[in-house]
Design a protein around this ligand. Structure first.
Ligand SMILES: C[S@@+](CC[C@H](N)C(=O)[O-])C[C@H]1O[C@@H](n2cnc3c(N)ncnc32)[C@H](O)[C@@H]1O
Length: 245
């Protein structure tokens, strides 16, 4: 599937409507963190920390974390101590509620605000942020091209968008094993723990269909980034993309 096609898909084989995908996250919000840890064997925690290594080197930066969900990425970055203000934004009230609880419990409410908002049309002024992140979120946004253009708009000149997303390994053997995991283990375990098998079948089909590597870098430069680079993680099952405005 070409990356251009992907930005216009509205229905997935699992029957979940892409236009309503954030509603699906309302349903799985209560078990989302647990399923994440189980399905990634804790790798997601390490990958989120790696996002920090691609940040600009200044201190006291302002961060926007899109599709923030239950807040794991924004919390991990704020704990690194380099941000004095952070906004987490998501369309799912259920995910945001979980995120707000965590932010409060960790005593980070003075630094992190969790806002309801759409990544493709943000109520935020131009050139406000030093960095914008979106972890395991861009794949779920209906109009990927619009979200990338919005990320560019709200970044300061020279600011960075750092995007963590699933991808597929290059090695044929690792790829075959990973596809087996995505098609059979992930929907089974995700479905059993969350009680929502459709949601986890949706996740695996979107991982297989989403553009990655150079194809995704091309989407970023088309959206307005002056450069975009891909950094593969763990045999390429996830990738961090860094775009400079
Ligand atoms: C897989 S979760 C990722 C959550 C979090 N970033 C993480 O790392 O765990 C994807 C999130 O994208 C959100 N989402 C989907 N489309 C969105 C949009 N257009 N704008 C904002 N959030 C969106 C969903 O509500 C969901 O919380």
């Amino acid at each position: 599937m070409s990356s251009d096609n992907y930005t216009h898909i509205h229905t997935e084989p699992s029957g979940v409507q892409r236009a309503d995908v954030w509603r699906m996250f309302d349903r799985i919000a209560p078990t989302y963190d647990l399923v994440n840890r189980l399905l990634s064997f804790g790798l997601d925690i390490r990958w989120r920390k790696t996002v920090a290594t691609h940040m600009p080197k200044e201190r006291d930066m302002v961060l926007l974390d899109l599709a923030t969900g239950t807040g794991d990425q924004v919390i991990s970055l704020v704990k690194s101590g380099r941000f004095n203000e952070a906004v987490g934004m998501d369309m799912s009230a259920g995910m945001l509620e979980k995120g707000r609880e965590k932010v409060l419990q960790l005593g980070l409410s003075d630094t992190i605000s969790m806002l309801d908002g759409d990544a493709t049309s943000m109520p935020l002024e131009d050139s406000r942020f030093d960095a914008v992140t979106i972890s395991f979120g861009i794949r779920n946004v209906v109009h990927v091209d619009k979200a990338l253009a919005e990320m560019c708009r709200v970044l300061k000149p020279g600011g960075r968008a750092i995007i963590l997303e699933f991808s597929l390994p290059k090695s044929a053997i690792v790829r075959a094993g990973h596809l087996f995991y995505l098609r059979h283990i992930l929907p089974l375990v995700g479905g059993l723990v969350s009680g929502d098998r459709d949601a986890y079948r949706y996740l695996n089909t979107t991982i297989e269909a989403f553009p990655y590597g150079q194809a995704f870098c091309d989407l970023m430069t088309t959206a307005g980034f002056s450069s975009a680079t891909a950094h593969r993680l763990t045999f390429g099952i996830a990738t961090i993309y860094v775009g400079v405005r």
